[in-house]
Design a protein around this ligand. Structure first.
Ligand SMILES: [Fe+2]
Length: 289
């Protein structure tokens, strides 16, 4: 009797993690207050870690939901695809969104490499030298740009929203060494609101206090598996578990770290860490709005 109950609980847990929670998409809303003048609240949709590959009808329906609102900006912090088959799906779903001032993307490690099951273990071993399969990142960039979306590779784009001057900076993926933080820092302008897009918050090890006002990142998946009373087991950030999800402060910047919308097809499960998109409203913290 007892073994049968244990097996039943195990099967139920696996079914929940792989079939239910991965499709339990949330839209979470936050206000970020900064001291620089913001003429009117700026609504920003933050997407991350979609890991598009094969057909995913649940995620397509989630993008339909996201497309029912209007945003000033859409920012997308990498791991857009998991495999080349995900490129048209990423572009088609992005086209559903209404962004008055544009869609801005940076790439993540999965946009450069097509990871497999064995990589989950092998790439943590210091003596392994096996090359990962490359993904079609140049094709992804080409298709995104052809559809009118910005892909920021260690560069910045100015955007003026009303009278609010923003600079949107994008750091290319640091985990696969495509980043150039110094090149991005040269564009920081204290007269503007500096918004930084990066796949991982760990780039803040190379950024000075007060240089960035608002940042968006992903990569951590919020830990992806959170155990009761323990929390996330793996955080994928050197800043630790307090910085693997949510709106946090780092070196004077408001930093939104997303749990992400998808998960890689090699690790397609979640526990107590449902997928999310974030609608963040940027406001001036000095005056009530
Ligand atoms: Fe990811």
């Amino acid at each position: 009797m007892v073994p049968a109950i244990i097996i039943l609980c195990g099967v139920t847990l696996i079914y929940w993690m792989t079939r239910m929670e991965v499709h339990h998409f949330e839209i979470n809303r936050h206000d970020a207050l900064i001291t620089k003048p913001v003429e009117q609240p700026v609504r920003i949709l933050h997407l991350s870690d979609t890991h598009f590959s094969g057909p995913n009808h649940a995620m397509a329906r989630f993008f339909d939901r996201l497309g029912s609102e209007e945003y000033d900006l859409v920012v997308y912090t990498g791991d857009i695809i998991d495999s080349p088959e995900g490129i048209p799906r990423a572009v088609d779903n992005l086209k559903k969104l209404k962004a008055r001032y544009g869609v801005f993307c940076v790439l993540g490690n999965h946009d450069y490499y097509d990871y497999h099951w064995s990589d989950l273990f092998m790439h943590h071993l210091p003596w392994q030298s096996r090359q990962r399969d490359s993904n079609e990142s140049e094709k992804l960039i080409r298709e995104l740009r052809a559809a009118g979306f910005h892909v920021l590779r260690n560069e910045a784009v100015p955007v003026t929203i009303g009278k609010t001057r923003c600079l949107i900076h994008g750091i290319d993926d640091p985990t696969t060494k495509h980043h150039d933080i110094d090149a991005v820092r040269r564009h920081f302008d204290p007269e503007c609101i500096n918004i930084l897009l990066t796949h991982t918050i760990d780039v803040f090890f190379g950024i000075g206090k007060g240089e960035v006002d608002l940042s968006f990142s992903g990569h951590s998946h919020g830990g992806q598996v959170r155990l009761p009373l323990i929390g996330p087991v793996l955080t994928h950030t050197r800043f630790g578990r307090d910085y693997c999800s949510g709106l946090v402060e780092m070196k004077g910047a408001q930093c939104m770290v997303s749990r992400g919308i998808g998960c890689g097809r090699s690790n397609y499960f979640r526990l107590l860490c449902p997928p999310e998109a974030v609608v963040l409203t940027l406001k001036n913290g000095d005056s009530p709005q």
